[in-house]
Design a protein around this ligand. Structure first.
Ligand code: NDP
Ligand code: MG
Length: 398
């Protein structure tokens, strides 16, 4: 019988654990294809990595590769002891960031779920694209940092890149069933916890306030990105590269209920949208099973309920991140790497209470203004731009 081996990089995170649910579901609803969690990686959260390893061992399907991407987190001797009862072969253990790339390009792997957060996911995602794997892409930062490079590599490897990000999955779903090319991609945004907040309220926002997302349960970094709407900025850039659309063909509307995940508009003014209750297991599963659709643990709309579906224009005054996103989507080159790096440092600094919430986006703008733009960077130059921007951002933090 055929087998589908999935490598989940960032298995211990919010997307990673939801992916484990999806694989378990597919083992049930699609038994012919023999879905396997072949590899899983964790960085600091070794308890969660243990839980996942045990869970699949108990089902008689132990992992074939267990990746400890942070070499400082655990030694190989400690790992062997701590994970002794997970049914792993001695060859299953792998350590360090290189092990992520090795798993992403391993001949045994069919699908790579790129679920590491931030620039840390770049190399392994590139390795998966280069190896021609089906890539279920959650790590939007890879496209923000190196979108044109990913496009180029994908042109020769023909790796199918399937979006996991709910907005991009929605657009992909709207396009999958249409022969016409849309004129606009309309990303929806919940508006985050500060959708209706005043600038003053945002100035005084604590990390706890900013982490309290109204509709989605997510990792810390993307939760802060949602509050600043930098997440939507990153998604504008992600859409620009993923769908090869110009920045001025991408728009944003606020939709607080997170039911309409995004829309596409056609030449005749008709708009097609994708709707479902907010649950990442749906876009994750679609990225794994496309073009097929299978029964999914994520709930469908409940016909006995009343749904209010509000669509509002986005407020670019209170959320300057949006203009920044459009600017970077237009300019490309090194600007994505620079803004992404500055944002990663700024988010971390805000979570450590070194800067205010409303300092995050201006800090990114400032680092972007100070950088020497290169329209056609190599990977080495992108990584250099990333390192420069981190230093510059750190300098702004003080
Ligand atoms: P989490 O913070 O929940 O998980 C991040 C994962 O990355 C964890 O497995 C973590 O390991 C691992 N990780 C962290 N740092 C490193 C590193 N330096 N090297 C290797 N691995 C590392 O994030 P999310 O799951 O929320 O987000 C993951 C990606 O998916 C992000 O790019 C995000 O933008 C995107 N995304 C997430 C959505 C969501 O609903 N959560 C929705 C759409 C996109 P550990 O925990 O063991 O330290
Ligand atoms: Mg999203």
């Amino acid at each position: 019988p055929s087998k589908v081996n999935v490598a989940v990089l960032g298995a211990t995170g919010s997307i990673g654990t939801a992916t484990a649910d999806v694989i378990e579901n597919l083992q049930r609803v699609d038994p012919q294809r023999n879905w396997r969690l072949w590899a899983a990686s964790g960085h600091r959260n070794l308890d969660e990595l243990k839980t996942i390893s045990e869970r699949f061992h108990q089902q008689g399907q132990p992992l074939q590769r267990l990746i400890f991407s942070s070499p400082e987190a655990i030694s190989s001797a400690q790992a062997a002891t701590r994970f002794a009862d997970c049914g792993l072969s001695e060859h299953a253990f792998a350590f360090g960031p290189e092990a992520l790339c090795a798993a992403a390009s391993d001949p045994a792997v069919d699908i790579v779920v790129a679920a590491i957060v931030g620039r840390a996911g770049l190399e392994s995602t590139l390795a998966a694209v280069e190896a021609g794997k089906r890539v279920a892409l959650a790590n939007k930062e890879t496209l923000v940092v190196a979108g044109s490079l990913v496009q180029r590599i994908q042109e020769s490897s023909r790796a199918p890149i399937l979006p996991v990000d709910s907005e991009h999955s929605a657009i992909f779903q709207c396009l999958a069933d249409s022969k016409a090319v849309p004129t606009k991609l309309i990303l929806t945004a919940s508006g985050g916890p500060f959708r209706a907040a005043s600038v003053e309220q945002m100035q005084n926002a604590t990390p706890k306030d900013a982490l309290a997302h109204p509709t989605w349960q997510m990792g810390r970094k993307i939760s802060i990105d949602s509050a600043t709407m930098m997440n939507k900025a990153l998604e504008i850039i992600e859409a620009r590269w993923l769908f090869d659309f110009a920045a001025d063909q991408i728009e944003v509307m606020v939709h607080p209920q997170s039911i309409i995940h995004s829309m596409v508009e056609f030449a005749d003014g008709s708009t097609i949208a994708q709707l479902s209750p907010p649950d990442m297991r749906l876009p994750i599963q679609y990225a794994l099973t496309y073009p097929q659709r299978m029964s999914c643990p994520a709930p469908a709309l409940d016909r006995r309920k009343t749904y209010d579906l509000t669509l509002l224009p986005a407020d670019q005054e209170r959320f300057p991140a949006l203009a920044l996103g459009f600017q970077v989507a237009k300019s490309g080159g090194t600007s994505g790497a620079v803004v992404n790096a500055a944002n990663e440092v700024a988010v971390e600094s805000f979570l450590n209470e070194q800067i205010r919430f409303t300092d995050i986006v201006p800090l990114c703008q400032k680092v972007l203004e100070n950088h020497t733009y290169d329209p056609n960077p190599s990977l080495t130059q992108l990584l250099q731009a990333d390192r420069w921007a981190r230093k510059e951002a750190q300098h702004c933090v003080g």
